[in-house]
Design a protein around this ligand. Structure first.
Ligand code: FES
Length: 197
């Protein structure tokens, strides 16, 4: 009787002091693991589209095979006949992980007539990525950030220019006699070679 009476409270005490807290701890661990798993799955689900979006931003026109498509930039009649460079915004339909954007700006180029053809230069400076401008007298390109200087063909023409390479030339095609199509690409700044982004 005494053992029974004393044992029951001991047993209860065991549940109260040992089993119940262990059970709570087990429940806590399960909740923690369930929460952590949900967070991990949620993070992966979030990171995948972010990665796709970042890739789209860095190289908006790159196809699945790594090449970039030509995009229609302007009409030939909009490019000055006297060889003066003119800046044009490049737009394209963009699709990221969340939406499609029609005619979104993806960059800019200088177009310049040379003979019967047109040459295109990416406006981004190969030194550190600023936008290159045209010198006030129109005789050359000049970067406002660290004073790199390029001739109208985009070639570095001042040995003190910090740019490690010439401006990035882009492929151009004239289609249907009046359409200027450009294979628009961005390249890593700060390198001597043209490495696509
Ligand atoms: S970014 Fe153009 S000179 Fe530095």
């Amino acid at each position: 009787m005494t053992d029974h009476v004393e044992g029951e409270p001991a047993s209860d005490a065991g549940e109260a002091e040992g089993l119940a807290p262990d059970s709570d701890a087990g429940e806590g661990r399960r909740n923690f693991l369930t929460g952590a798993s949900a967070l991990a799955v949620g993070a992966l689900a979030t990171l995948a589209p972010i990665g796709a979006a970042v890739a789209a931003i860095l190289d908006p026109l790159r196809r699945g095979d790594g090449e970039t498509d030509l995009v229609l930039v302007t009409r030939l009649s909009a490019v000055p006949e006297d060889g003066t460079p003119r800046k044009f915004t490049v737009t394209s339909d963009l699709t990221d992980a969340w939406a499609t954007y029609a005619d979104a700006p993806v960059g800019a180029v200088y177009l310049r007539r040379v003979g019967e053809g047109v040459r295109a230069l990416n406006v981004v400076c190969p030194h550190a990525g600023c936008f290159v401008g045209i010198a006030p007298d129109g005789s050359r390109f000049a970067c406002p950030c660290h004073r790199s200087s390029f001739d109208l063909d985009g070639v570095v023409n001042d040995p003190s220019s910090p740019s490690p390479r010439d401006m990035d030339a882009l492929d151009v095609e004239i289609r249907n006699q009046d359409e200027v199509w450009v294979r628009f690409q961005n390249f890593l700044p700060g390198r001597e070679d043209k490495t696509p982004v």
